[in-house]
Design a protein around this ligand. Structure first.
Ligand SMILES: Nc1ncnc2c1ncn2[C@@H]1O[C@H](COP(=O)(O)OP(=O)(O)OP(=O)(O)O)[C@@H](O)[C@H]1O
Ligand SMILES: [Mg+2]
Length: 247
């Protein structure tokens, strides 16, 4: 079981309080969509969970204990831009090997690289390629495989399809759904695209002025929002109509 829970999380930069007592639970095997306007603190919340943003209050726990941020890291973040998140001088195989928590012998390492590439539906021969040979969607798959190399319990996905062409977004989203089903991962999925959130998330949290103003099942929050702010946001963000109707 792997539940990531945020308890009264506060992050302040100078006099600017970005997160103001945020409490949120990403329950075992669930995908929580996190939405809110630009600058409301979505990335900061995810970054705080992996030690990349400093907490000024509260705590973030994995199954009731502080999230380990050295050695094998059970909480892994995937970022928006697959062009800057991979080292251009490393082959795909080298990138994946570097992310593995323990040093493996050559044969075991090769087998693990092949396993990771298969998980993200890439051909094993891609291991020899440099990122420049890959499309944006393929790079984002490698970034996901890198995160999976640590055998994480929780994935924090921060706008991972925003930089991709619409034509490959769907494939990456299907991959996310497969990963959750096959690996039992818990996921915090940040996106400003409501169609995308509707497609992947079990629950949705709405962040506004540093606080969670609404949290509940996806169909309820996006279909019958309780708060004025959520209604306002739904009208302003892309993808407010269901995926099916967009095709
Ligand atoms: N390292 C930092 N130092 C100072 N301020 C920061 C820092 N990181 C984030 N902020 C501020 O915190 C606020 C929230 O930023 P954050 O990146 O979490 O927003 P976001 O919801 O992810 O926005 P977007 O949808 O545009 O990605 C912003 O006002 C930003 O300027
Ligand atoms: Mg962000």
């Amino acid at each position: 079981m792997s539940t990531l829970s945020f308890h009264d999380v506060r992050v302040r930069y100078g006099s600017h309080t970005v997160l103001d007592d945020v409490s949120l639970e990403v329950a075992d095997g669930q995908t929580v969509g996190l939405v809110g306007e630009s600058g409301c603190g979505k990335s900061t919340l995810a970054r705080a969970a992996v030690g990349l943003a400093p907490l000024t209050g509260g705590q973030i726990l994995l199954d009731g204990r502080p999230v380990p941020n050295r050695g094998r890291r059970p909480v892994q973040m995937v970022f928006q831009d697959p062009y800057s998140s991979l080292d251009p001088r490393m082959t795909v195989g080298e990138s994946l090997a570097e992310a593995m928590p323990e040093r493996l012998g050559r044969t075991a390492r090769q087998a693990e690289i092949a396993r990771l590439l298969a998980l993200v539906h890439l051909d094993a021969a891609r291991a020899a390629d440099l990122p420049v040979r890959l499309s944006g969607g393929q790079r984002q798959r490698v970034a996901l495989a890198r995160a999976l190399a640590a055998r994480p319990q929780v994935i924090l996905a921060d706008e991972i399809t925003s930089a991709l062409d619409v034509s490959v977004q769907g494939a990456v989203l299907n991959l996310i759904r497969d990963m959750r089903r096959d690996l039992g991962l818990s996921m915090l999925f940040i996106s400003h695209n409501l169609a995308v959130v509707r497609y992947v998330a079990d629950q949705v949290a709405v962040l506004h002025n540093g606080q969670i103003v609404e949290f509940g099942p996806t169909a309820q929050v996006l279909g019958a929002p309780r708060h004025d702010y959520t209604r306002h946001l739904l009208a302003a963000l892309p993808g407010a109509v269901p995926l099916k109707e967009q095709m």
